[in-house]
Design a protein around this ligand. Structure first.
Ligand code: C5P
Length: 232
């Protein structure tokens, strides 16, 4: 049996933020964590660090042995390294993420983070693709963040430009489209909206408006969970 099928042991208050690439989920997750005083983990960084480890060893991200070795040799100190934010690493991250052994290797780290948020925080916010569906199906609040492809591509193009990476916008559109299609169609932990997740479309919202909308959806659930915790 795959490890991903094991029961969910998490008791802390979890906000799961899943969604498509460049939908704004990472920014929203960070802002939600700051608002509630919760810990935050960008789970995509784990797959990007795995991919970086594979690429730096001249390995093949779609080869199971190479990818698993990458997951087992992640250098967490490089989570803030701009090298993991390139499109090449993003594509390789999507390839390693489709391999069940890689997902299993990263599962415990993510569930431990949620069960014991760093700093003794009562809760944690995690963003990714399968947080509400696989990593923590019992999350107190779940958001599924999406936006139109052209809008997401423009955001990513602007981000890359700020990092000094100049790309044709239509190439960014094609890459995001291909990566989302791969993430949604893979047999293991595909990207999909959990049945109990709230959909937030950020296409026509700036950061402040998107955060206000996220907070309106999440706050009643988190406040309810905090009250239950104090009672219990
Ligand atoms: O979110 P980000 O774009 O950094 O994620 C990079 C890739 O990592 C995604 O395209 C996806 O394939 C993979 N990923 C995943 N599950 C997660 C987070 C990321 O499969 N929870």
């Amino acid at each position: 049996m795959s490890k991903t099928a094991k029961p969910d042991p998490i008791r802390s208050i979890v906000i799961a933020v899943d969604g498509t690439a460049a939908s704004g989920k990472g920014t929203l997750a960070k802002k939600l964590a700051a608002h509630f005083g919760f810990a935050h983990l960008d789970s995509g960084a784990l797959y990007r660090l795995t991919a970086l480890s594979v690429l730096e060893k001249n390995g093949d991200p779609s080869n199971e042995a190479d990818a698993l070795k990458g997951a087992q040799t992640i250098d967490f100190n490089r989570a803030g390294d701009p090298a993991i934010r390139t499109d090449i690493v993003g594509k390789a991250a999507s390839q390693v993420a489709a391999i069940p052994a890689v997902r299993d290797a990263l599962l415990d780290f993510q569930q431990n983070f949620l069960a014991h948020p760093p700093g003794g925080s009562p809760g944690a916010v995690m963003d990714g693709r399968d947080i509400g569906t696989v990593i923590c199906p019992s999350a107190a609040a779940k958001l599924y963040v999406d936006a139109r492809l052209d809008i997401r591509a423009r955001r990513r193009w602007t981000e890359l430009k700020a990092m000094g990476i100049r790309r044709a916008e239509q190439d960014v559109v094609a890459e995001l489209e291909a990566r989302d299609a791969a993430d949604k169609s893979r047999p293991v932990s595909p990207l999909k909206q959990a049945a109990d997740a709230d959909l937030l479309d950020t296409s026509d919202l700036g950061i402040d408006a998107a955060f206000a909308a996220a907070l309106a959806l999440v706050s009643p659930k988190v406040d309810g969970a905090l009250k239950d915790r104090h009672r219990g």
